[in-house]
Design a protein around this ligand. Structure first.
Ligand code: BG6
Length: 295
């Protein structure tokens, strides 16, 4: 399989395929600047992003499963067609399914692009009875990673979905990390019976379990790691909401694929449609983009 992938999509020096954990196929993207990213075909899951001379910008749990039917813990889980709980498996089936590469390219300006797609199958229609085509395109530049998600309704009936890029950022110490850009935004507090509050501080900090959906959030949000003196900027387009999540101590202990103290090493800032579903007419397409950059 790796040989076939390399033959069809490999680009020497830019896109390669290697066995990841448990032999799951993984694409390795390399930018001429030295920046790199890794994408598992399982879930179209980005598990690593580095710029030259830096540590990984994404957190990966040492306890993560890497197996069929289970999500990978860390990086960017792709959430579709259901954010959170509901009739489908938690956060939908896209993160549990094997995707297929669509294209690999190096643009004239040196950007490296890798795209994958997922279409409905008898198994997805059994869970969610809609024909669809989902694409995830990852573009690696010198200081940024751009992730574009496209959903097409290839059936004859409208459907509604929620979606997210459930990104886990690596921080040296969550107690010394902050999320900025959400002051004045209304959030739904999942830990307080979904009550709605308006965010007051300029910087959101972490001292306990946090699980909030910021509704119609601004386009730019930042994650600051005060220990590493690093700021990651998240710019989103056509992805209205932002979730800020950290499981803290008790929930970390309850999660089987997450170390008890790993909550100190991560902060999730997620982008997408989480507060309300988006409806697509037959033949219609939706596209959302999130750009991560680091200075
Ligand atoms: C977040 C949710 O998006 O994902 C949390 O807001 C949830 O409530 C978290 O706990 C992790 O979900 P999962 O299914 O990956 O354990």
């Amino acid at each position: 399989m790796l040989e076939e992938l390399t033959l069809q999509f490999g680009i020497p020096g830019a896109v390669g395929f290697v066995p990841g954990v448990n032999g799951l196929p993984k694409a390795m993207l390399s930018h001429e600047s030295g920046a790199s990213a890794e994408v598992y075909l399982h879930g179209a899951h980005v598990t690593s992003w580095r710029v030259v001379g830096g540590d990984d910008l994404f957190f990966m749990s040492a306890e993560s499963a890497y197996e069929e039917g289970r999500p990978i813990r860390g990086g960017i889980p792709v959430i579709f067609p259901q954010f959170g709980g509901g009739p489908l498996p938690s956060h939908g089936f896209a993160r549990l399914t094997e995707w297929e590469p669509t294209l690999a390219a190096v643009e004239e300006n040196g950007e490296v692009e890798f795209a994958l797609h997922l279409e409905d199958t008898p198994a997805t229609r059994h869970l969610w009875p809609h024909p669809f085509r989902l694409e995830l395109a990852v573009t690696l530049t010198e200081r940024a990673l751009v992730v574009r998600m496209t959903v097409e309704n290839s059936g004859a009936e409208p459907f509604s979905f929620t979606e997210a890029l459930h990104t886990y950022f690596s921080v040296a110490d969550a107690r010394r990390a902050a999320v900025r850009g959400l002051q004045g935004v209304t959030y739904i507090d999942s830990l307080r019976d979904d009550t709605r509050e308006v965010e007051t501080p300029e910087a959101i900090t972490f001292t306990e379990e946090t699980d909030r959906i910021y509704v119609a959030a601004p386009h730019v949000v930042q994650v600051e790691d005060q220990v590493r003196r690093r700021i990651i900027t998240i710019e989103k387009h056509n992805m209205p909401d932002v979730v800020v999540w950290n499981p803290w101590t008790a929930k970390a202990q309850r999660m089987p694929d997450f170390g008890d103290s790993e909550y100190l090493r991560m902060v999730c800032v997620e982008t997408g449609h989480m507060a309300a579903a988006h409806t697509l007419a037959p033949g219609a397409t939706w596209q959302g983009v999130t750009r991560f950059s680091v200075v």
